[in-house]
Structure formats: structure tokens, C-alpha cells
Design a protein. Structure first.
Lengths: 395, 116
């Protein structure tokens, strides 16, 4: 349901993405989808269902600022029944499975496995990617003003500017972004063309959901459009990286040069692979001219994903993954080196998964569900940030 | 103040208990909670989605509910809420409070009880 996804992204525009807002965004999206499906189940047209769904949530200012929303409850008693018909909760009609009333014991007691905010965001995007793949929704540009902003709730509209300011002020104190590496380096644009040419190969599938990947951890609106685009493209690559890539090579050996090269090229960041080798349990990969516009977090996520994927696919034959990564704006001798030791990676994964995963094995690839659960852990900021931090060699 | 606002205010004073009561029937997620409240009030009261998030956040902060992500394998993921034991205790107390207040107000406004 790409259009609703876009709509939720618009609601959160200009918000700094903390784990709280990412989680809230996920929650709101889930509820809007439920509402939309409910409307459709009652026979509303897609357009009407979408319109009413959007009107049910025209602003998040109240939610972010807390108590204000409490003033705006909707009471239908003694009202012209048509006055707020667009917001009315569908209640009378039976909805097959869409949203049973809470008295119904059927869907209760879910297994309470906890998902982190980053993984939540990542899953959202996955869902979105599926919708795009099926071409369900028309394109919608990020700057488009949602039609529903005109409706209903004037207090929220009045408060917008104030709240945005407040949020930004809060963000200034809360977000302690490490200074971007790029900031200290000359922003030469000589390599941009080649870098972007590479990026564009991965963007073919993603052009219509440029907003979705703003939910990448720590990627804020302060980043330029070029950085955002490059980052989104890579994050998308990670999110859409299919399990089949891994299962395809699970029966091959890392020592088989052709298979190994094809495998690492099929993984996220694979377009930048210039060499790979394997000896004594160490699989080494060189990435060159990686688009320097890509946010460091997205690269960390991609590396973490690749390393876990490689260790799961090749099993115990790979003890260590050594990565050398060169960015497009760096001198050729300026290379970041990462040593991902299997035990270290497994420790970190055990830690974020509360010991659900203490070993990285081929059993992770047994089913989509199994791999998705691993992925949920890998895609946590805590994991991909820590594991890459730990692996990176400081000279 | 319009009738609508006045009635809305009265309900709002009890909205946390109303949400807890909804959850006492089983774990639920945002939209389902809103629907249940609308249905139980027979369409006379609709809670805004914005308000719901604020309330749930508050209830979670007080330890009366706990949230967790559902494991939907397809479609959007949903955040579910479960009432805690502390929440059940609070619901009991809030219900008693309401009955007591209702009786008092009924008396003060010289209404017969229980005819609605």
C-alpha cells in the first residue's frame, strides 16, 4: 500500500527520526492500512477508502506534542450525521477478518517477540517495496501536499509551526550525530558521475518510493538530496536483497572463484566489488569507488548484512570476512579496512537477539520467515553500528 | 460549550479506563481499539486516532499496558497492546470510581439510577 506509506512519510516530514518516531510511524502505518482494508471490505472504492483513511489522520502534531489531542475527540451524538461522515468509524457492517472487535478472543496473545525500531522501519519499507513491485499504486512525489490537510481539525493546523519548531529544538539537544565524515573532506564532485552511474543501476526498482527510505536510521532531512538518494538506493538494495541469492550459493564453496565472485556481486554493495579472494578461512572483498554520498549508516547496514549473509551461506568454512572499502571521493590509498571475525559477529548477534542466535549457520536460510527474523536483528542500529565499529581497523 | 464538547469531555475523563476495558477482552492494536470503542458506544463516541496514541503512550508509561509487534507474515505490521496486571487493577479501581461518581451525580441531579 504504497500510497498510504507515502502519506505517512509526509506526516512525518521534517521530523527527526529517532527510534520513537520510527516506531510511531510504523504503528500509524499499520493502523491506517487496517482502516483502509476495513473500508474496502465494506465495499468502498479504493479512492474513497484511501481518502477517508487519510482524513482519519491528518497530522501527527498532537501525538508528538502529547496532550493536545485529547481536546479533539469526535463525538457523534447530537450532530448532523453528515457533518463528519468522512471520519466515521465503520461499525455496523460485518468485516470478514479485517478488524474483529476487541471482544473477540481470536487473534490475541501474539508471541511477544520484540522488534527494534530500525527493523520495524526496514520491514515497512519491505512491504512498500512489494507494493511497488506489483505496481499497485500510482507514483506520488514527495513534495505533494496531501489533500486531506484541508480537513477537519483546525487546532492541529494552527499548532503545526510551533510544534515543528519545538521538535527541531528538541532534536538539537537529543540527536547527537557524530560529525559526518564528508564534512571534513572536500566535497569534490569529480567522481560524482561515475558514482551516480553505479548508483543508478540499483535504483531502477526504487524510483517511485524515494520517501520510504527516509526511515533509514539517522538519516535526517538535513542531508542533501544527493546523499538521500544514494543512501536510499543502497538501503533499498539491502531491504530487497532476496533470500534466493543466498540459497543459490549455499551449496557452493568459497574457494570456487567464479561462484564466490558472482555471490558477492549479487549482495548489497555488489556493484562496487572489484576483487574477492579466499584462503585459510578468510574471505576478502574489495569495494572500490563506493559512492561517497551514501550515508555511513547505510554502508554499515549493507556490510553487516553481507557479512552475516556470507557466514550463513558458506557456513563454518568462513571464519573471517575481511573487507576493504574505498569511497569515490577518497584517494586510492585511503581505504577503510574491516575484519569481521565470526566469533565477534556471532557474539553481537547473540546480544541483540537475546541469545536467539548464538551461531550463524545455514539453518538461518531454511525459510523466508527464518531469514526475516535474522534480518530483523541484523537491521537494528545496535547491531550494524556495533559490528562495523568493532570490525573497522583504525590506523 | 456545545453539548457535543461537554459530553466528549465527560467521556474523555475516563478514556484510559475505556481503553483498558477494551484490552481486557484481549490484546488489540490501534485501529481495532478505535473500532471497538465506536462499536461499543453504538457509534455515539469516536476516539480520534491521534488521541489514541497519546493515551496508549501514557498507559504504557504507567505500566498499565505493554506493547509488542505482531508477527503478521504479510501486510503491514501491527503494534499490539496487552493489559498488565497493574492495568487490570487500575481498570477495577477506575470502574468503581466511575460507579461511585455516577451515583453521586445521579443523586445530586435527582435522577433515578439505572434507567439508561
Amino acid at each position: 500500500m504504497n500510497e498510504l506509506r507515502m502519506y505517512v512519510e509526509q506526516l512525518f516530514q521534517n521530523r527527526v527520526l529517532t527510534s520513537d518516531t520510527i516506531e510511531l510511524k510504523e504503528e500509524i502505518y499499520g493502523n491506517l492500512i487496517a482502516r483502509y482494508e476495513d473500508y474496502v471490505a465494506q465495499g468502498l472504492s479504493h479512492e474513497e477508502a484511501l481518502r477517508r483513511t487519510k482524513e482519519s489522520m491528518t497530522s501527527i502534531d498532537d501525538v508528538m506534542s502529547g496532550e493536545e489531542a485529547m481536546k479533539n475527540e469526535n463525538l457523534n451524538a447530537n450532530q448532523n450525521p453528515n457533518a463528519n461522515v468522512t471520519e466515521q468509524m465503520p461499525i455496523a457492517v460485518s468485516q470478514p477478518g479485517a478488524a474483529p472487535p476487541a471482544g473477540d478472543p481470536a487473534p490475541k496473545r501474539r508471541k511477544p517477540w520484540v522488534i527494534t525500531a530500525a527493523a520495524a522501519a526496514v520491514i515497512l519499507v519491505l512491504i512498500c517495496g512489494v507494493a511497488i513491485g506489483m505496481n499497485i499504486m500510482p507514483k506520488q512525489t514527495q513534495g505533494q501536499v496531501p489533500e486531506a490537510t484541508v480537513t477537519v481539525d483546525d487546532t492541529t493546523v494552527d499548532d503545526t509551526a510551533q510544534d515543528v519548531q519545538k521538535t527541531e529544538a528538541e532534536a538539537a539537544t537529543v540527536e547527537q550525530e557524530p560529525a559526518e565524515e564528508q564534512a571534513t573532506e572536500p566535497a569534490t564532485s569529480t567522481d560524482d558521475q561515475t558514482a551516480e552511474a553505479k548508483t543508478s543501476t540499483t535504483q531502477k526498482t526504487t524510483t517511485s518510493n524515494t520517501t520510504t527510505l527516509r526511515s533509514m536510521p539517522r538519516l535526517t532531512d538535513d542531508d542533501g538530496p544527493r546523499e538521500r538518494q544514494a543512501t536510499e538506493a543502497l538501503a533499498d538494495e539491502v531491504l530487497n536483497s532476496p533470500l534466493s541469492t543466498l540459497t543459490k550459493y549455499a551449496s557452493t564453496k568459497p574457494s570456487s572463484a567464479d561462484n564466490r565472485a558472482a555471490f558477492v556481486r549479487a549482495l548489497p554493495l555488489g556493484d562496487y566489488v572489484t576483487a574477492s579472494s579466499f584462503s585459510n578461512g578468510t574471505l576478502a572483498i574489495d569495494y572500490s569507488s563506493v559512492n561517497h554520498n551514501i550515508d555511513g549508516d547505510a554502508i554499515d547496514l549493507a556490510l553487516a548484512y553481507d557479512v552475516v549473509a556470507i557466514m550463513a551461506t558458506y557456513g563454518d568454512s568462513v571464519d573471517t570476512v575481511k573487507i576493504e572499502l574505498h569511497e569515490s571521493d577518497d584517494h586510492s590509498y585511503d581505504v577503510d579496512t574491516y575484519i569481521f571475525d565470526r566469533a565477534m559477529v556471532e557474539d553481537m548477534l547473540a546480544s541483540v537477539s537475546s541469545n536467539e542466535y548464538t551461531k550463524i549457520t545455514g539453518s538461518m536460510l531454511e525459510s523466508k520467515n527464518a531469514w526475516n527474523k535474522v534480518f530483523n536483528n541484523v537491521a537494528t542500529y545496535r547491531f550494524f553500528d556495533n559490528v562495523t565499529d568493532y570490525a573497522e581497523l583504525d590506523y | 460549550m456545545s453539548t457535543r464538547d461537554a459530553v466528549s469531555d465527560l467521556i474523555r475523563g475516563n478514556i484510559d479506563a475505556i481503553i483498558l476495558c477494551t484490552l481486557s477482552g484481549g490484546d488489540s492494536y490501534g485501529y481495532e481499539i478505535l473500532k471497538a470503542i465506536a462499536a461499543t458506544s453504538r457509534g455515539e463516541y469516536e476516539m480520534k486516532e491521534q488521541s489514541l496514541y497519546t493515551c496508549l503512550k501514557r498507559l504504557e508509561g504507567q505500566g498499565f499496558v505493554k506493547s509488542y509487534w505482531g508477527d503478521e507474515t504479510q501486510g503491514a505490521r501491527r503494534k499490539y497492546y496487552r493489559m498488565t496486571d497493574a492495568g487490570a487493577g487500575e481498570l477495577g479501581e477506575a470502574t468503581e470510581r466511575w460507579v461511585r461518581v455516577r451515583n453521586i451525580i445521579d443523586r445530586l441531579l435527582t435522577q433515578e439510577r439505572g434507567d439508561r
